[in-house]
Design a protein around this ligand. Structure first.
Ligand SMILES: Cc1cc2nc3c(=O)[nH]c(=O)nc-3n(C[C@H](O)[C@H](O)[C@H](O)COP(=O)(O)OP(=O)(O)OC[C@H]3O[C@@H](n4cnc5c(N)ncnc54)[C@H](O)[C@@H]3O)c2cc1C
Length: 385
C-alpha cells in the first residue's frame, strides 16, 4: 500500500484547505492528485475503483459501495461539511475539484458521498441546534440525509406541491426521486402547511422509520445506474412538534436557496463525465487510423474534435463561478443556475463530439465506458432541475 493511501486510511479527519506544498507535515489532507493515487490506475481491469469495475457495476445497476467506503474512510465526504460540524469544507471551487476527480471514476460517488449537501445546507440555514447536531453526527459518520422536495406530478412547479401536513400533525402524500431515499438515516421533507403562495410550505426533519412512512425504489434510471432515488409515501405519518425545521412557512424559500449550492456542486458530475469521455477518446484516437492517418491528426469527421472553446470551459472557465459565490454571495442565485447550465451545455457538446470520433465504438456494449459516460452525464444534468 502506498504511503499516501496508508495516510488516508489512518486519518480520522482530513483537511482540504491548502495545497500539498504549503501544508504543514502533520496536517493530513488530500488534493485531486491524492484522490487519483488513492483510487489507483483507472485503466487497470483488476482495480475495483477503475473503469472496468464501473462498467460492471453499471451493467448490474449496482451502486459503488466499496468505492464510497474507501473515499469515506479517507475523509472525502467531510469536504462538503462545515468545520463547526466536524467537516473540512473550505471553498466551493476546492470541493468541486475534488468531487470532479472522484466522479471521473464513477459519477455515482456523488450520491454515495455528498448528495446530502442539500439537506445539510438547509439545516445550516435554518436548523435548530439539536437538529444540526443530529445531522452533523450522521454525516460526519458517513451516513446520509435525504431531501424530499420533488413530486412526480409537479417537478419544477414547486408551488403545486401536494404533500400536506393536516391539522392533527399527520403527513399525507408522496415525494419521488429522493436521493438516497432508501438508505438515508434522516429525511428532510418540504410539505404544504398553508393554502397559497411560497409561504404555504414548511420543512420537517423526520426519522425514516416513522409510522406510516413507506420507502420504495423509484423508477430505475438509464444513466447514473444504481443511484438510490426512492419514492417516499406518507400515509398519515405523525410529525412530532420538534421535527419542524426553522419557522412555519419558510420551507420552500430555504429549499430554493440550498439548491443553488447543489447546482454548483453538480457541475463536478458533468465535468467528471466529460473528463472521462475525453480521456477515453484521446486514448482511442492515439492508436486508431482512419484511411492511413491517425485519428488524432485528422480533421474529419468534420468538426468532431471538441472545440478549443469547449476544452477551455473544461480546463479553466468553470472555475470562475464557484469562488465568486464567496466573494459576491448576493449573486449566488443567478450564477449557480447559469454556471450549471453553461457547463452542462459545454460538456454535452464535448461528449457528443467524443462519440463522433469514437464512432462505432461509442455504441458497442463491449468496453462500453463511452456510452456510460453519456448516459450518466444526462442523469447528472437532470439532477436539481
Ligand atoms: C439523479 C437525480 C437525483 C435527484 N434527486 C432528488 C432529490 O434528492 N430530491 C428531490 O426532491 N428531487 C430530486 N430529483 C428530482 C429533480 O430535482 C427534478 O428532476 C427536477 O425538480 C425537475 O423536475 P421534472 O424532471 O419533473 O421536470 P419538469 O418540472 O416537468 O420540467 C420539464 C422541463 O420543463 C422546464 N421547465 C419547468 N418549468 C419551467 C418554466 N416555468 N419555464 C420554462 N421551463 C420550465 C424544465 O427545465 C425541464 O426542462 C432528482 C433527479 C435526478 C435525475
Amino acid at each position: 500500500m502506498s504511503p499516501c493511501r496508508r495516510r488516508w486510511r489512518t486519518t480520522a479527519r482530513c483537511r482540504w484547505s491548502r495545497p500539498r506544498s504549503r501544508r504543514p507535515p502533520d496536517e493530513p489532507r488530500a488534493d485531486p492528485e491524492e484522490v487519483e493515487e488513492l483510487l489507483g490506475d483507472p485503466g487497470d481491469p483488476g482495480n475495483p475503483y477503475g473503469f472496468a469495475a464501473a462498467v460492471a457495476r453499471d451493467e448490474a445497476d449496482a451502486p459503488p459501495d466499496e468505492l464510497c467506503r474507501t473515499l469515506v474512510a479517507a475523509g472525502f465526504h467531510l469536504n462538503y461539511l462545515p468545520r463547526e460540524w466536524g467537516g473540512a469544507f473550505d471553498t466551493f471551487d476546492r470541493g468541486l475539484t475534488l468531487v470532479r476527480a472522484a466522479a471521473r471514476r464513477d459519477v455515482n460517488v456523488m450520491p454515495g458521498t455528498m448528495f446530502s449537501i442539500i439537506a445539510a445546507t438547509c439545516l445550516r440555514l435554518h436548523g435548530g441546534e439539536a437538529q444540526r447536531e443530529q445531522v452533523a453526527r450522521i454525516l460526519t459518520g458517513g451516513g446520509s440525509v435525504g431531501f424530499a422536495l420533488t413530486e412526480a406530478a409537479h417537478g419544477s412547479d414547486l408551488l403545486a406541491g401536494e404533500v400536506r401536513l393536516d391539522a392533527d400533525g399527520r403527513l399525507h402524500g408522496e415525494k419521488w426521486m429522493v436521493g438516497n431515499g432508501l438508505r438515508c438515516d434522516a429525511l428532510y421533507v418540504v410539505a404544504r402547511t398553508g393554502e397559497r403562495g411560497p409561504g404555504a410550505f414548511s420543512a420537517y426533519l423526520l426519522d425514516p422509520g416513522a409510522d406510516g412512512l413507506v420507502r420504495e425504489p423509484a423508477p430505475r434510471t438509464g444513466g447514473m445506474r444504481g443511484v438510490d432515488t426512492a419514492r417516499v409515501r406518507f400515509d398519515g405519518t405523525p410529525v412530532p412538534a420538534d421535527a419542524l425545521v426553522g419557522k412555519v412557512g419558510e420551507g420552500l424559500e430555504v429549499a430554493v436557496l440550498a439548491q443553488q449550492a447543489v447546482r454548483l456542486m453538480s457541475m463536478a458530475g458533468s465535468l467528471g463525465c466529460a473528463d472521462t469521455a475525453l480521456r477515453l477518446t484521446l486514448d482511442f484516437a492515439a492508436g486508431h487510423q482512419v484511411a492511413g492517418t491517425p485519428s488524432s491528426r485528422r480533421r474529419t469527421p468534420a468538426g468532431s474534435w471538441p472545440s478549443p472553446r469547449r476544452r477551455c470551459w473544461l480546463r479553466t472557465r468553470w472555475r470562475w463561478p464557484p469562488p465568486g459565490v464567496h466573494v459576491v454571495p448576493e449573486a449566488f442565485s443567478v450564477w449557480a443556475p447559469a454556471a450549471k447550465h453553461v457547463v452542462a451545455e459545454a460538456c454535452e457538446e464535448l461528449v457528443r463530439r467524443c462519440a463522433a470520433v469514437l464512432a462505432t465504438r461509442s455504441v458497442l456494449r463491449e468496453g462500453r465506458r463511452a456510452r456510460d459516460c453519456s448516459r450518466s452525464f444526462s442523469a447528472t444534468r437532470r439532477w436539481c432541475g
